[in-house]
Ligand binder design. Structure first.
Ligand code: G16
Length: 566
């Protein structure tokens, strides 16, 4: 039987118990989406059903992905199901590709009720890699927990989904495509848009493009090296930095989005952006940056590979915030950082007398504060930096912010960073990641650790490593009360604070697709100028020893060392 292309079908399905979105959406191995019958359809239907029919009917939604393997297949299903679920218009990136910051920008521009982003962020792609699907709401930011809990509840009892299986959309042609359907929700429109242009337009209103052009291609121009790591950001980097701001074409590398990111993890850190780090060491370039698969994370490097820790990066932008035209016009209402991020930003907030918010990990916590007009600039230790122009962290925005500061201060990246430490003191920071740990082992380790930390005798206890002695001042499981809506979020990370202000934090990642990832975050503050330029790994070594001893992490997990050190 051939179906009429206008047909709308309701098909039976059976629920899966494991579709609870993590820190940012549902992330699984590609194989899970491919081999489990209706795994994608169930989740997409749960997303649509979580939106009240009155809001959904005739509404606009935005769809885009980071171009990883399975992106196109998923978009086809999302379109077919949007039509069958009463969505009136879908705005989709050209070829189905759109960076996460661009999706956030377009949701706001088109006044959409939300958007669906296909990405597993910095995780590997390809048939053996990861895939992810995430729902952002009308503010352009990741859905709040009340919404993701609703999606999860629906996914646990789902019995059917609606789809127009014969509807075909051409993702490669810009412009509008209209579809007549045989249901009551018609017509259905798909608009394929040039998201790079929309996003570039937003940046033109935030930064001084003439000054940036002078910096990158004027008489005394600096040289930059940007690595898109074969993620979604290549076309944005090319169009904005090279074509518009005049940086030479060879300053942008790995700019063709690939389904498997060229076999590399599109993760901007020392391990995975090692080529960029090596090139920067040659001293040819003044600023280097790498981005993740979906373009929301960034790593900033200076000449000779000088590394800017993300916790420091947001602090430097904060200290120089009024060199950015957007903030000159809009003012600054507050700064924000996630709890495990070092307190470098707090030092700036204190001096500038700007309110500082400490939130759990996850950009959605910042979005709530931004919507309430309380937060303007924020960052996370996990290579995320951004502001209230959108509701996602924004990799390219961070680079333009740094370039603006370089132009204003006429100093090197290293010079700016060292001046900053001298003025505010330095927060040394490191993160140890233990990936693919058995989930039960990880959960049990965290439970035991919490029990031990909450025993009365733990506070006051002293830990000695060589000459160094650290005394526990406070131990807790971080709990956050959202100052906007009063919602309480518990279990956001085990935190040990010592009397000298240094901290050890243990937290389970919410973005892994298999098993568990244990993150150990360590930081300490130093204002003695003679110690300020030391290697963080040397400075923090005693605290690392204590962190591993207290948790017995290696014995319990069977891992002899971390998978990644930042
Ligand atoms: C997402 C969130 C971030 C969060 C990160 C890490 O980023 O948007 O706010 O910091 O997850 O989460 P976890 O430590 O739980 O793995 P992304 O870039 O992965 O989408």
């Amino acid at each position: 039987m051939t179906l009429d292309p206008r047909s709308v079908l309701t098909l039976p399905t059976a629920p899966y118990p494991d579709q609870k979105p993590g820190t940012s959406g549902l992330r699984r191995r590609v194989l899970v989406f491919q081999s489990k019958r209706n795994y994608l359809e169930n989740f997409v239907q749960s997303v649509y059903s979580s939106i009240d029919l009155r809001d959904r009917q005739g509404s606009t939604m935005v769809v885009g992905g980071d171009g990883r393997y399975f992106n196109q297949t998923a978009i086809e299903v999302i379109v077919q199901m949007a039509a069958a679920n009463g969505v009136g218009r879908l705005v989709i990136g050209h070829h189905g590709i759109m960076s996460t910051p661009a999706v956030s920008c377009l949701i706001r521009k088109y006044k959409a009720i939300g958007g669906i982003i296909l990405t597993a962020s910095h995780s590997p792609g390809g048939p053996d890699g990861d895939f992810g699907i995430k729902f952002n709401t009308a503010n352009g930011g990741p859905a709040q927990e009340a919404v993701t809990n609703r999606i999860f509840q629906i996914s646990r009892t789902i019995e059917e989904f609606a789809i127009c299986p014969e509807l075909r959309v051409d993702l490669d042609t810009l412009g509008r495509q209209m579809f007549d359907l045989e249901n009551k929700f018609k017509p259905f429109t798909v608009e394929i848009v040039d998201s790079v242009e929309c996003y570039a337009n937003m940046l033109r209103n935030i930064f001084d493009f003439a000054a940036l052009k002078e910096l990158l291609s004027g008489e005394n121009h600096i040289k930059i090296r940007l690595d898109a790591m074969h993620g979604v950001l290549g076309p944005y980097v090319k169009r904005i930095l090279c074509e518009e701001l005049g940086s030479p074409a060879n300053s942008a590398i790995n700019c063709v989005p690939l389904e498997d990111f060229g076999g590399q993890n599109p993760d901007p850190n020392f391990n995975y952006a090692a080529d960029l780090v090596e090139t920067m060491k040659s001293g040819q370039y003044d600023l280097g940056a790498a981005f993740d698969g979906d373009g929301d994370r960034n790593m900033i490097l200076g000449k000779h590979g000088f590394f800017v820790n993300p916790s420091d990066s947001v602090a430097v932008i904060a200290a120089n915030v009024f060199s950015i035209p957007y903030f000159q016009h809009n003012g600054v209402r507050g700064f924000g950082r996630s709890m495990p991020t070092s307190a470098a930003l707090d030092n700036v907030a204190r001096v500038t007398k700007i309110e500082l918010y400490e939130t759990p990990t996850g950009w959605k916590f910042f979005s709530n504060l931004m919507d309430a007009g309380r937060l303007s600039l924020c960052g996370e230790e996990g290579f995320g930096t951004g502001a209230d122009h959108i509701r996602e962290k924004d990799g390219l925005w961070a680079v333009l912010a740094w370039l603006t500061i370089l132009a204003a201060r006429k100093q090197s990246v290293e010079g700016i960073m060292k001046d900053h430490w001298q003025r505010f003191g330095r927060n040394f920071f490191t993160r140890y990641d233990y990936e693919e740990v058995d989930l039960d082992v990880a959960v049990e380790m965290m439970e035991d650790l919490e029990l031990m930390m909450l025993e009365k005798a733990f506070v006051g206890q002293r830990f000695a490593v060589g000459e160094q002695v650290y005394q526990v001042e406070r131990a807790d499981n971080f709990e956050y009360t959202d100052p906007v809506d009063g919602c309480i979020y518990r279990n956001q990370g085990l935190r040990i604070t010592f009397t000298d202000g240094s901290r050890i934090i243990y937290r389970l990642s919410g973005t892994e697709s298999l098993g568990a990832t244990i993150r150990v975050y360590i930081d300490s503050y130093e204002k003695d100028p003679s110690k300020m330029f030391q290697d963080p790994q040397v400075m923090l070594a005693p605290l690392v020893t204590i962190a591993l001893k207290i948790s017995r992490l290696h014995e319990r997990t069977g891992h002899s060392g971390p998978s990644i050190i930042t």
